[in-house]
Design a protein. Structure first.
Length: 500
């Protein structure tokens, strides 16, 4: 075997990241017309600091661009500008103590409320008109944050419960229902919702609700709340988090704060990082994406910022953070490690297979072949050059023919026991009936790592269950054929290389 030559190419990681536009106006509820506003009650009195019902989308007493789609169910508005004790301030307010997810404001909605016999499942919803219609066939990332509010000293009555059902509905037209007492909730086909069984229980932090949506084109409204997907009102189980009298209490609430609403086109190329190439010395190797975020999802199923990979290939990672959504494609390649093994003597007309397939690699043999592997029965010198994105490696081997011999065994000089289902076992192929057969394999220290007398049993590259490393191993094969009646046995010896 000649010493292989190695040339390393530096692979630059180049990514151009741009922030795609959030189509939700006033997504964090920071913009407002009045900090404290008493919304008139048609029956008399009023409601403090609420978001109004506005069928013409032109009344925004508090947070701009946000309205209530139901006439008698007005979402709450909270802003740090309100310093009234137990009022509608941030972080301290009527329903608890909660910092904004970002900035100094947020909204709130009831996902469930029971008030005597007036309503048994009254809900509130938030609605806004997107800055421009969605484009048909485009994929959109939709997200918002909720935090469970369980009341403060000023709201000490009733039972506070929670639910797993909260989501967003994307529609072509505005959702608006002016029925005073006839409509307590909306039955709409929810577009993105919190996973079933994952109950909203965090009262100190924020829970992110997110998903993707493929637009049919023309959608321009987003509505947030607890939807029924067209099912009856009791579509999701609720459980108490403060009392145990849910079935008997006349006052039962599930109330959440809402902040940082996002609708972003992720079909646009600005939502993707340019493909990155990584050259590694060997596997396993650790790879990571080009941008930082708060949530990650790899095509392998991993949810960490970095992952360990055991073989070359194409990997991609989705990164999200607030109203950010990026996809990195990472092409991982190893620097070429390759040799053809030791010079080999074989029997006449028993083909020797040279080479091994490697990921995304080009080959050039001294014979002119450009495939990964060749088989030869002719003696001579065979050389090959491998080239991939990380470098070039070359090697050569001398093949000698021994005469006479029995044309019974077909041998390869390398295999790749990496559990990919291809060339994982080194197994001499028999071409004639054998009277006797014994295969032994030794490592470079002279230690026997494998033995068999079964022509259908090959070596999987392990010794006592432990995978052996990259390297050259010696084989000895003793055999005799049914045609040999003199009791003599043929002996073949040579080398086989493990490549990973």
């Amino acid at each position: 075997m000649k010493n292989p030559t190695l040339t390393i190419l530096l692979c630059a990681t180049c990514s151009t990241i741009a922030k795609a536009q959030n189509l939700v106006p006033n997504p964090s509820f920071e913009e407002y017309n009045e900090c404290v506003y008493w919304l008139p009650d048609p029956g008399g009195g009023g409601y403090p600091t609420q978001i109004a019902y506005s069928p013409n989308y032109d009344i925004f007493p508090t947070a701009t661009y946000w309205v209530a789609p139901l006439y008698f169910a007005h979402p709450g508005y909270y802003n740090k500008c309100d310093t009234t004790p137990y009022g509608h301030g941030v972080p301290k307010n009527t329903f608890g103590y909660q910092d904004a997810h970002k900035g100094g404001a947020y909204a709130s909605i009831y996902l469930f409320s029971r008030v005597f016999n007036i309503w048994d499942d009254l809900r509130q919803y938030l609605e806004a008109k997107l800055t421009h219609p969605l484009t048909g066939g485009h994929n959109y990332y939709i997200s918002f944050y909720v935090s469970l509010a369980v009341g403060s000293n000023s709201v000490g009555y009733g039972t506070f419960v929670t639910t797993d059902n909260v989501g967003a509905y994307i529609s072509d037209t505005m959702v608006s229902d002016s029925m005073a007492f006839g409509t307590a909730f909306l039955t709409k086909p929810v577009t993105v919702r919190n996973p079933p069984g994952k109950y909203i229980t965090d009262t100190a932090g924020w829970t992110k609700i997110s998903g993707t949506y493929t637009a049919h084109g023309g959608e321009q409204w987003i509505t947030i709340g607890r939807f029924n997907d067209g099912l009856p009102a009791n579509d999701s189980f609720m459980f108490s988090i403060r009392d145990s009298t849910v079935n008997n209490d006349s006052f039962v609430y599930c109330h959440v704060y809402v902040d940082d609403v996002c609708v972003m086109d992720i079909t646009d190329s600005t939502g993707h990082a340019a493909d990155s190439s990584f050259c590694v010395a060997s596997f396993p190797a650790i790879i990571t994406g080009s941008v930082e975020g708060t949530e990650y999802k790899w095509n392998t199923g991993a949810t960490t910022a970095s992952i360990t990979v055991n073989k070359p290939g194409k990997y991609w990672r989705t990164t999200t953070s607030d109203c950010y959504y990026f996809t990195d494609t990472l092409r991982v390649q190893a620097r070429p490690h390759f040799n053809l093994g030791n010079d080999t003597t074989t029997c006449n007309e028993i083909p020797i297979r040279l080479g091994v397939s490697q990921y995304d690699t080009r080959y050039l043999w001294s014979t002119g072949d450009t495939t990964c592997c060749i088989a030869t029965t002719t003696q001579g010198t065979y050389a090959v050059t491998l080239t991939n994105s990380c470098g070039t490696a070359s090697d050569a081997i001398q093949i000698a023919i021994k005469r006479p011999c029995h044309d019974c065994l077909l041998l390869s000089n390398a295999f790749t026991p990496n559990a990919d289902g291809i060339n994982d076992v080194w197994l001499p192929q028999t071409k004639c009936a054998l009277r006797f057969y014994r295969l032994r394999i030794y490592n470079r220290y002279g230690q026997q790592v494998f033995e068999t007398t079964n022509t259908t049993s090959g070596w999987d590259g392990t010794f006592k269950g432990t995978p052996q490393g990259i390297g050259v191993f010696c084989y000895y094969i003793e055999y005799s054929t049914d045609l040999q009646t003199d009791g003599k046995r043929e002996l073949l010896k040579g080398n086989v290389t493990i490549i990973r």
